[in-house]
Design a protein around this ligand. Structure first.
Ligand code: PLP
Length: 389
């Protein structure tokens, strides 16, 4: 069989391999604390689960329009409109089977040999994987610790060439937890006026997971780029719904028909009961989100302080998402070797920074979407491990 050579370039997300290894070790009877995979450890709020159950009981189990049920598209448009004090056309919203599928679609639609696509490094690994799959040239945007893991507008703009067709930005960010300040985003948008053929994919999946009184700055707040903005968001992180496979995107009018056709060709529609659950999530009480953020915040403060006590480790305080990205370069370990040894020898699953890009060397990613007692135990184990090695 002759596989399309593009598949030799496609990558993956090592967090899933680490999860599988952690589960295999647990099946052998080893106690593993999982700070690897990025998903809330909370249950989906009961009213959301009930909406899916009721939908099935009411016979809502057939196909829907490829872009989603009208009520959900309207609810997404209304929510975005009221949050960012703007008008959003529900006809340009597509309900997707996960946040990830929006990046898959956008990169597939705009990537091809001969074009440049800019993406954050360290960043979510699927950006680069999909860019390489399309044959486009991946251009990393350095995300630096000394910049609080925010991107720099000036540096990003300096990387744009006449071949650039897509710029991917992510704030709050995975894996570093960085939040890019408004002044920097203002500067980026201002500079983009000189590059009208660059589309922007703004991955705002962590928009509600912010700390220290940060408010989310959405690229949707900038009318000057609206006709080339692809906004990625969804329910996975905000409502603890990672396994429901739900997401949404807002598209420029010029791209909408292409994404609609891609949906028809690939997934037909998002499973119907999940769409009703998503509607309940957006229109129902939001206390669960606030409670989750408060809990994440307690863990964040603990984990950062505790990591900074460990020999050879320093950790900047992340302002968003649920990841800490400690600098381990003074431990004498390479990041992936340390991640692997921590899993095999100390029973702690974490991800090596290089799994998020070449600039991730010297760092680990710890997800604090786990209970405080588990995090405490994981840090104790890390301390013993580092003292012994
Ligand atoms: N974007 C970023 C930055 C993420 O970290 C993730 C998941 O980890 C996603 C998108 C994908 O979200 P989903 O699970 O909804 O596909």
């Amino acid at each position: 069989m002759e596989l399309n050579p593009a598949f030799s370039r496609i990558g993956e997300e090592n967090a899933f391999a680490v999860l599988a290894r952690a589960q295999a070790l647990a099946a052998q009877g080893k106690h593993v604390i999982n700070l690897g995979i990025g998903q809330p450890d909370f249950k989906t709020p009961p009213h959301i689960v009930q909406a899916a159950v009721s939908a099935l009981q009411n016979g809502e189990h057939g196909y829907t329009a490829a872009t989603g049920i009208p009520a959900l598209r309207e609810a997404v448009a209304a929510e975005l409109g009221s949050r960012y004090n703007t008008t959003v056309n529900e006809e340009l919203i597509s309900i997707m089977p996960g946040g990830k599928v929006t990046m898959f679609a956008a990169i597939l639609m705009l990537g091809r040999p001969g074009v440049d696509i800019l993406y954050p490094d360290p960043g979510f690994p699927i950006y680069r994987s999909m860019i390489e799959y399309t044959g486009a040239n991946p251009v990393p945007i350095p995300i630096r610790e000394e910049n609080g893991f925010a991107f720099s507008a000036e540096e990003t703009l300096s990387l744009i060439t006449p071949s650039t067709r897509l710029l991917i930005v992510n704030s709050p960010a995975n894996p570093c937890g960085g939040v890019t300040p408004k002044a920097e985003i203002d500067a980026l948008v201002a500079g983009l006026a000189d590059h009208p053929s660059v589309a922007i994919l703004s991955d705002e999946i962590y928009d509600r997971l912010l700390y220290d009184d940060e408010t989310h700055v959405s690229l949707l707040s900038y009318p000057s780029i609206r006709d080339r903005l692809i906004l990625l968001n969804g329910w996975s992180k905000t409502y603890a719904m990672t396994g429901w496979r739900l997401g949404y995107s807002l598209w420029p009018e010029a791209l909408f028909d292409a994404v609609r056709k891609l949906s028809v060709n690939a997934w037909s529609c998002v499973n119907t009961p999940s769409q009703y659950a998503a509607l309940a999530a957006l229109t129902g009480p939001q206390d669960s989100v606030d409670e989750m953020v408060t809990t994440f915040d307690e863990r964040r403060q603990f984990v950062v302080a505790a990591l900074n006590e460990l020999p050879g480790i320093s950790c900047v305080t992340p302002k968003g998402a649920f990841y800490a990205f400690p600098n381990i370069s003074h431990t004498g370990w390479k990041a992936k070797a340390l991640a692997s040894a921590l899993l095999e020898e100390a029973g702690i699953a974490v991800i090596g920074g290089p799994d998020f890009g070449t600039l991730g060397e010297g760092y680990l990613r710890l997800s604090y979407a786990n209970s405080l007692p588990n995090i405490e135990q994981a840090i104790d184990r890390m301390a013993s491990f580092l003292n012994e090695h």
